[in-house]
Design a protein around this ligand. Sequence first.
Ligand code: NAD
Length: 440
Amino acid sequence: MNKKLLRREVLKACSGVATGGLVGCFTSTVQSEERRSPNERPRVGVVGNGGIARSHARGLKRLADIVAIADVDRQHLEQYNAEYAAGKAQQFSDYRDLIDAPGIDAIFVCTPDHWHVKIAIDAMRAGKDVYCEKPATLTIDEGRTLGRVIKETGRVLQVGTQQRSSPKFQTAVALAHSQRLGKMKRVTVAIGSGPKGPTFDTSSPPSNLNWNMWQGQTPSVNYITQRCHGNFRWWYEYSGGKMTDWGAHHVDIAQWAIAPDLPGPELIELVHAEHPVAFENGVPTVSNTYNTATSFKVRCVFADGVEMLIVNDAKDLGFDNGIMFESDGGRYFVNRGKLTGSPIEDLAKNPLPEDLFTKLRKGQDKLSHRENFFACCDSRDTPISDAESHCRHLNTCHLANIAVRLGRSLKWDATKQQVIGDEQANGFQKRMQRKGFEVV
Ligand SMILES: NC(=O)c1ccc[n+]([C@@H]2O[C@H](COP(=O)([O-])OP(=O)(O)OC[C@H]3O[C@@H](n4cnc5c(N)ncnc54)[C@H](O)[C@@H]3O)[C@@H](O)[C@H]2O)c1
């Protein structure tokens, strides 16, 4: 504890230094002592050892070594070490100790959403590059903090929106950018429904779990099993339901395709929303069951008139997960399983110019999402899922959720990042954060 406090004091002292000073004060020493040569395998620390961390462990096998892991659940920590690091990774119950440990090049943040930015910025301030799971932020305001710290520290941050590195999704985006189908009119994004739960009982947290630390910045409440592992997605306290869970993927791709140069939508029109519990002033009135939306339709309109419909399912169009692009010249569909439509079939005879793809990849090689991250750690280039564009697109999801929670449409000044004429809605751009866990 004393060591952590001391470290916090050092960081505080450093953060008083002008931009760049922070890097000089803390990071550069770490970097010069520890930076591996590009020929060596990166040494990775994984924070949060649940579902997605397992899939990263499998993918990292051929790319990097997992040398350190951290989790607030001792059972997850030990199982992960045994299964994915042959028991050889250094184990930490507090991620700050992992960040302080020597010999780690990059950190994978695989915790629930409410911890992403806090851990990412602590890691970057300690000189680490970060692969941060999606959705990177819990609120619009966290995106501003994340952007500021990336600038201050000069660290590489890749968001875990791996669809951006998929040739299927890149083709869908490049086709929109080619404008060969004329004006894009509408894109429909279907992202599924969250569950409606029964009421759950509170209980004592299991002895292997540090429930206080798991809750982090969020209000401290009695433990309910279903608030925690995996199911945290269905509570606005920790996440945003399907709107941010899958919206972080599909809305990201859709907005990348139709509005890459616009700061965001101008109108977020609430067409329909249902929650599993009653809401008052945007806040659920019941605390013992899931509270994120089970059904929704939100129409986002951009300055050039193109509209994006975000729905839980698009039964009228025949799908419940994926993106349908509609333009004067035809329509096409993409999800993880398929890329279809006559404009896609036409690509066999008339392929898209390669430079459209090169631009999407920011001039970098064709690589998997994790490879792109490590390549950027070496080159210091900006990864394909950079925080700025991710947050710009994710903010559309956050705004849609604010509209859904308040039960009304919003006008958004995307340049000033303000909801126009609605102070209550603007209040949802940030949240009260528990003392000691503030994201600053
Ligand atoms: N990119 C993708 O396709 C994809 C897929 C699944 C999940 N995700 C994202 O990954 C994140 C995690 O999801 P999951 O399904 O793996 O969740 P999970 O609940 O299975 O795992 C999260 C782990 O983080 C641990 N944790 C919580 N707070 C911590 C802290 N302060 N320090 C260290 N460990 C902490 C938990 O104990 C748990 O073991 C979510 O943000 C989710 O959206 C991304």
